[in-house]
Design a protein around this ligand. Structure first.
Ligand code: 5RP
Length: 225
C-alpha cells in the first residue's frame, strides 16, 4: 500500500448511509472512489457530486449514484486531494486541472476532507506551481501581467502541444512562484484579476486532512477552532 492508497481507503470511514458526498479529482481520490464503490456494492446508500468529468466517468463505472451540483441542496462532506498542504491546512489544488469545480463543490459542502500522501505536507506553500484558470479570450494579457509581477506563468499544455482545456473550457497558467510568503494576500489579489476565473489557493477550505505514509499509517490533521 502506498500513502495515497492509505489515505484514500481510510476516508471511506467518514461516509455514512444517506450522505451526499462531494467527490474530488485525482489519483488519491481514485482510491477513495474504489473503496466507496465497494461499500455501495454492499448496500451503503450515498449520492455523489463529482468535481470533474474524469470523476463522473470513474463513479459511473463503479455504479456510485450521482447527481449534479445543481440538483442537490447541500453536500454533507467532500473528499478531495491536494497538491500541497501547509501547517494551517491551507493548500494548493488544481494539479489535475479541476480547481474551479473543486472549489465550487467545496464551497457547497458542510464539511471538507483532504486526502494526501506525506510528500504533500509542506512548511510553506509554493514549490508546487500554483494554477490559475483563465478565460481563453485575452489570456496572453493575463500571462503578461503575471510575468510583470514576477510570477513566472506557464501555459499548461497537452502532450501534443495544444493548450490544456479545463472541463469549463478555460486555460490554465501555472505560476512558478517557488514560495508563497502570504497565501491569503495572494489569493485576495488573484480574486480581483478580471479574466482569472479561479486560482488553486484553497484558504480555510478544509476541516480535516488525512496524510498517508508509505508504510500505510495515516496521520490526521484537524483545523484548530
Ligand atoms: C485536481 C486536484 C487534485 O486533487 C490534486 O492535483 C491532487 O492530485 P493527486 O491525488 O493525483 O496527487 O486538485 O485538480
Amino acid at each position: 500500500m502506498n500513502g495515497k492508497q492509505a489515505a484514500g481507503y481510510q476516508a471511506v470511514d467518514e461516509i455514512h448511509n444517506g450522505m451526499t458526498v462531494g467527490l474530488g479529482t485525482g489519483s488519491t481520490v481514485y482510491f477513495f472512489l474504489e473503496a466507496l464503490a465497494q461499500k455501495v456494492a454492499s448496500g451503503l446508500s450515498v449520492t455523489g457530486v463529482a468535481t470533474s468529468q474524469k470523476t463522473i466517468d470513474l463513479a459511473e463505472n463503479w455504479k456510485i449514484p450521482m447527481e449534479s451540483l445543481n440538483d442537490v441542496d447541500r453536500i454533507d462532506l467532500t473528499v478531495d486531494g491536494a497538491d500541497e498542504v501547509d501547517q494551517c491546512m491551507n493548500g494548493i489544488k488544481g494539479g489535475g486541472g479541476a480547481l474551479l469545480y473543486e472549489k465550487m463543490v467545496a464551497q457547497a459542502s458542510d464539511k471538507r476532507l483532504w486526502i494526501v500522501d506525506s510528500r504533500k505536507k509542506v512548511q510553506q506553500l509554493g514549490a508546487f506551481p500554483l494554477p490559475i484558470e483563465v478565460i481563453p479570450f485575452g489570456w496572453k494579457q493575463i500571462e503578461k501581467m503575471m510575468q510583470e509581477k514576477g510570477c513566472h506563468p506557464q501555459l499548461r499544455l497537452n502532450t501534443d502541444g495544444t493548450p490544456f482545456e479545463t472541463d469549463a473550457h478555460h486555460y490554465i497558467l501555472d505560476l512558478h512562484l517557488g514560495k508563497i510568503d502570504d497565501p491569503e494576500a495572494l489569493a485576495d489579489e488573484l480574486d480581483h484579476v478580471t479574466g482569472v476565473v479561479e486560482h488553486g489557493l484553497f484558504i480555510h477550505m478544509t476541516d480535516k486532512t488525512l496524510i498517508g505514509y508509505p508504510d500505510g499509517h495515516v496521520e490526521t490533521m484537524e483545523r484548530k477552532k
